[in-house]
Ligand binder design. Sequence first.
Ligand SMILES: NC(=O)c1ccc[n+]([C@@H]2O[C@H](COP(=O)([O-])OP(=O)(O)OC[C@H]3O[C@@H](n4cnc5c(N)ncnc54)[C@H](O)[C@@H]3O)[C@@H](O)[C@H]2O)c1
Ligand SMILES: CC(C)[C@H](C(=O)O)[C@@H](O)C(=O)O
Ligand SMILES: [Mg+2]
Length: 354
Amino acid sequence: MKILVLPGDGIGPEIVAQAKKVLATLQSDGLKIELEEAPLGGAGYDAHGAPYPEVTQKLARAADAVLLGAVGGPQYDKLDRPLRPERGLLAIRKDLNLFANLRPAILYPELANASTLKPEVVSGLDILIVRELTGDIYFGQPRGVRINEAGEREGFNTMLYSESEIRRIGHVAFQAARKRNKKLCSVDKANVLETTEFWKEIMIDVARDYPDVELSHMYVDNAAMQLVRNPKQFDVMVTGNIFGDILSDEASMLTGSIGMLPSASLDANNKGLYEPSHGSAPDIAGKDLANPLATILSVAMMLRYSFNAEETATRVENAVKAVLAQGLRTADIYEAGTEKVSCSAMGDAVVAAL
Ligand SMILES: NC(=O)c1ccc[n+]([C@@H]2O[C@H](COP(=O)([O-])OP(=O)(O)OC[C@H]3O[C@@H](n4cnc5c(N)ncnc54)[C@H](O)[C@@H]3O)[C@@H](O)[C@H]2O)c1
Ligand SMILES: CC(C)[C@H](C(=O)O)[C@@H](O)C(=O)O
Ligand SMILES: [Mg+2]
């Protein structure tokens, strides 16, 4: 199995280095993998003048799975839009047709006090956000800044979903719900936006193939509120690209830190890109402070979805649980009575627990 590693920018190389230690351990235990590395995002721009350089494209298309750190940073914010790191991330998602983004928000019992919610509201939390990743206002045309009829400048984007795009993410979500607790909540803004009213109509139609799954609908503003009021009412949530981006960051805080939230972005054949849900955290980059667990848990998702190696995936997840049980915490999840460790020490501890 060929894995393409894209460290990216900011804390990306630091957290990916810990995930690579985990992969090296699994490799020495017999997992057949080959690693290659390439630049994406700001690193792509610095090395080749493009956020998704051709050399990265070639390797990404040939790989069985991709592991990404994060992209972006303030030094790139003044570049023309097409050259910015975030465009590299959107480009690789689109290029590899990674339309299904799975973001599980799980509260490990040891982190009950790190959550922003009261322990009794979040204990046992295990929800899965299924975010559509290659459509919506992120990709809809037209977009840009123009002069309107009144001679004033205006910015505009287009929220767009085709029926087939909604259907295929609907099937992914229903199938995930079927494997879990058979409850799916589709999040929309059908009271205002035609695109999402259409989304709701198609979800209801897809539901006819899954009579065993209970489908509910919620407006996104209410869903944002319900996630912090009573998150355990949800099991699987399915939503579009922009709402899923926002709701998954919100859900991450229920688990203690965005540094705990992994993700898998899959195509129709489970080829995937695996990355933590967070960004390049420029405020802590280069200081060995970042939490590498979301990235390591993304490796577990890679083993599960792209390599069909369920046992090895569970082994990695158990190693993460073990270091938490030992009381080791990076700064973002630290609390009195636990031991504060660096990013690299956390990686070493996971390897030791493996
Ligand atoms: N998938 C990605 O590559 C991705 C995702 C989100 C944002 N970004 C980019 O990252 C840059 C910074 O964005 P932002 O500040 O809005 O979001 P961010 O997720 O990078 O950081 C938000 C906050 O969370 C903290 N944080 C994030 N990851 C952490 C970790 N692993 N351990 C400890 N703390 C962590 C940061 O220190 C910061 O305080 C921007 O350029 C943005 O476009 C990239
Ligand atoms: C960096 C950005 C393009 C990206 C997104 O909006 O999808 C990020 O926020 C994420 O959640 O992966
Ligand atoms: Mg995001």
